[in-house]
Design a protein around this ligand. Sequence first.
Ligand SMILES: Cc1cc2nc3c(=O)[nH]c(=O)nc-3n(C[C@H](O)[C@H](O)[C@H](O)COP(=O)(O)O)c2cc1C
Length: 518
Amino acid sequence: MPFDDIREWITALERAGELKRVRAEVDPVLEITEIADRVMKKTGPALLFENVKGHPGARVLINQFGSVRRMNLALGVNSLDEIAERLRMFMDVKSPQGFLEKIKMLPMLADLGKFFPKTVSSGPCKEVIQRDSFSLLDFPILQCWPQDAGRFITLPCVISKDPRTGKRNVGMYRMQVYDARSTGMHWQRHKIGAEHYRNAMRAAAAADSASPEPEARSRSVEVMARTSGGARIPEGAAPKGKLEVAVAIGTDPVSTFCAIVPAPPDIDEFMIAGFLRQKPVELVKCETVDLEVPAQSEIVLEGYVNLDELRPEGPFGDHTGFYSLDDLYPVFHITCITHRKDPIYSTTIVGKPPMEDAWMGKAVERIFLPLMKLTIPELVDVNLPIEGVFHNLMIVSIRKSYPGQARKVMNAIWSLGQAMFTKCIVVVDEDCDVQDIREVVLRAFNHIDPERDIQFTLGPVDSLDHASRLPDFGSKMGVDATRKWPSEGFIRPWPDEITMSTEVKERVDRMWKSLGID
Ligand SMILES: Cc1cc2nc3c(=O)[nH]c(=O)nc-3n(C[C@H](O)[C@H](O)[C@H](O)COP(=O)(O)O)c2cc1C
């Protein structure tokens, strides 16, 4: 059975020996990071801090996803391949031939009903409703690293709706605490929350252009397109208006995980959570905004971002292992906080890998492989090495059938959702195990003539890339490390790989003990 809330999840973690309670007093400013970092570097347990300095009675959960085992536990599987297999089954559906095949499909149809979130009338997140006298500073929010600009909410499910279609998005975007009632909203420019913000601007600008006021009509489209990346909005240049946002902190583990899933724009992450949980996510209506949040959340922040307000956000010690520099982002104004009576604050830290997010990213890699294969059918396997911090390096193996196919695959990856950020792609043949980095390095770099086999291109890059020539825009590199064919202009003979004959191996196996080496 899936976990309905973070409390059931904590109980399960404890039962599985995957959680340690920390009763000594610790400071949410830097100290929790130092402790959690040491534990994460050893792939150690989840931590529940029960004595947080300055926050009597508060509890902080960190590292809940920090190992393959805990990711599997959270998603209710023994191996992530089970999820990939379920996805494959759904994608494989053919029109049933005859009555028996129709009957066989019934369980799958019943499964479909479990995907969709269900709205309920109330839930534990409404135990305390604070419309007036609330303060974010009451929660044990961490300052993670010494040069961080302040305290940051790091594991939020940020919920917004596309003003054009009303479709919901759930994204995980960090939030810098500015004061008791406002935070930054760090949705990077390519993310769906940022697109909702721009769509709200477009709608407001369209309303303005119908306005008799000349000043309203002159607001520029270029300004609308900007939500970050060093762009300043000239005084009075952006349309007035707001976008409602709700933030759920401490949901059931699958819903929290789904906030990082790079789903296509119109796919509701709570539906993906329903698919993964095999049980619908229960949602309740917010008090002050027209949005729904998971009913079982520990803490819910309701509010809005103004369309004409950006403020410096950062620096922040990021998952690249370096600080991301300060930049302009929208400001989230809180109108109401609802929470459980004794809320558990759920958080993470990012920094030099491996950190907790490495295991979340690895889960995304496994779950998305069958989906990637839909558009890149020759794909055999993918590895995003943890130290490549997900957008810097992708190694893929392919079943090569025609000349130039490795380059076709690179271009397909660069046009596939958030895979567009990949700074370096290495393509190898299908007989190379991409999970074995030694094998990849040996083969890939033996198999290239760099000038011929490395391809550069320009395009969008991750907002966190601190080396690109411009924010959000730069170059990428593809390495074609497949065997080269005569049809690709390679006319020299390609050497065989060195392997011993089976007969000799077996002979040595039989004599091994008598050699007295071990
Ligand atoms: C711990 C953690 C923190 C993250 N913080 C941010 C962030 O501050 N801004 C951002 O744009 N993406 C951040 N991400 C990545 C996004 O959550 C991810 O790209 C997700 O797919 C975005 O959702 P969307 O596709 O609905 O926009 C973070 C991921 C993790 C695991």
